[in-house]
Write a protein that binds this ligand. Structure first.
Ligand SMILES: *Cc1c(COP(=O)(O)O)cnc(C)c1O
Length: 402
């Protein structure tokens, strides 16, 4: 039986995998020690569990376990990487390069550094939402200390040519960081060529618990150094002070282990569901625009605009389906999505945009239900558009009010 509501917002967060929860539970009850306690069994058990999780996280991205720093999530990892490197290398230069389509974690961190005297170049993307490595290279000058380009975008799912960009950065002796929060656990990422200096990722985007993440920092020489952003303890080699979230880290480790095992099969299954969803909507709604490169994208992401439809009205008319309009993070504000602006979408189409995020626990049956519902509601909304004769604007109030 189909269970409602249907969750199709997996780019915002994901359900904790039952196996992950199972692995975490003992670390709340029997093994509740502090991983920094060196004098007794409780502490040793916690430390061993953290070490095991570190091994599992490292295995997923093919790096050394000692190069993993556990944090409270990708936002903290990004702050530590970018601010940490900016402060450490300030004497060398004050120029940072990033892109217009980054997550707020990166953009707001860069804005903060601009207020402190750093120069930031925000490189544009093409209409498909892909960054041109040549544009990054052209932006490099003798003051450039860091380039940060996301691995995959959270709104339109586009996958960036980060390996190519990382290689260029190495040639120019500029540090390279990537916010890989949407990519890790969804598409294979391999750090063994050591061109990527730093990489941020998060547990709750890959079926692990919220409030835990990691920063990978290469241990390869010459050493990449970053200034810690918290003081108060020697945890994580002094780079991230504070008692470790042991149950969270254990869950994160389990999530990494599961992903490593299922990643290829799961990506195939989810991308088939995504394609079925798109084709199903296209068969019912003639006019659909896909935002972002359809081939070069995350398996579970579908971001579309339906001309003439107010996305908020559509969403409100199908409350048994959890999706988001534009970016989940900016949907509380009335600002138009910076990602949709960056790919050149006009304001009208932006309001007609809806993001579906398909994940591990979605079924074919759910996708069929969503296709039927979307097609039915779009048809209805378009019909009342015509009746009210106010062009592409729907009678939003009727649907937006709960
Ligand atoms: C979710 C997300 C973040 C923030 O991660 P948290 O762990 O929630 O802090 C950063 N970057 C991208 C691309 C994201 O999707």
């Amino acid at each position: 039986m189909l269970k409602l509501p249907i969750y199709l917002d997996n780019n915002s967060t994901t359900r904790v995998d039952p196996e992950v929860l199972e692995a975490m539970l003992p670390y709340f009850t029997e093994s509740y020690g502090n991983a920094s306690s060196k004098s007794h069994e409780f502490g040793w058990a916690a430390e061993a569990a953290v070490q095991h999780a570190r091994n599992l996280a490292a295995r997923l991205i093919n790096c050394e376990p000692r190069d993993i720093i556990f944090t409270s999530g990708a936002t903290e990892s990004v702050n530590l990487a970018i601010k940490g490197a900016a402060e450490m290398y300030r004497a060398k230069g004050n120029h940072i390069i990033t892109t217009e389509i980054e997550h707020e974690a990166v953009l707001d961190t860069c804005k903060n550094l601009e207020r402190k005297g750093f120069d930031v170049t925000y490189v544009k993307v093409n209409e498909s939402g892909i960054v041109d490595p040549g544009e990054i290279e052209r932006a490099v000058n003798d003051k450039t200390i860091l380039v940060s380009v996301m691995y995959a975008n959270n709104e339109i799912g586009t996958i960036q040519p980060v390996n190519e960009i990382a290689k260029l950065c190495k040639e120019h002796k500029v540090l390279f960081h990537t916010d890989a929060t949407q990519a890790i656990g969804k598409i294979p990422v391999d750090l063994s060529d050591h061109n990527i200096d730093m990489l941020s990722f998060s547990s709750h985007k890959m079926y692990g618990p919220k409030g835990v993440g990691a920063l990978y920092k290469t241990g390869k020489l010459p050493r990449v150094r970053i200034e810690p952003q918290t003081d108060g303890g020697a945890q994580e080699k002094g780079l991230r002070a504070g008692t470790l979230n042991v149950p969270g880290i254990v869950g994160f480790g389990k999530a990494c282990e599961i992903s490593a095992k299922v990643i290829n099969k799961e990506a195939e299954r989810i991308s088939l569901l995504r394609d079925r969803l798109l084709n199903g909507i296209i068969s019912g709604v003639k006019d659909v625009k896909v935002n972002g490169d359809i081939n070069n994208r995350l398996p579970g992401n579908l971001n579309i605009s339906i001309p003439g439809i107010d996305a908020d009205s559509l969403m409100m008319s199908m409350k048994d389906i959890a999706v988001s309009t534009g970016s989940a993070c900016s949907s509380e504000s009335v600002e138009p999505s910076h990602v949709l602006s960056a790919i050149g979408l006009d304001k009208k189409l932006m309001r007609s945009t809806i993001r579906f995020g398909i994940g591990r626990f979605n079924t074919e049956e759910e996708i069929e239900y969503v296709i039927n519902k979307v097609n039915e509601k779009v048809k209805y909304l378009l019909s009342i558009n015509t009746l009210s004769g106010n062009g592409s604007k729907t009678k939003k109030g009727e649907y937006a009010e709960n």
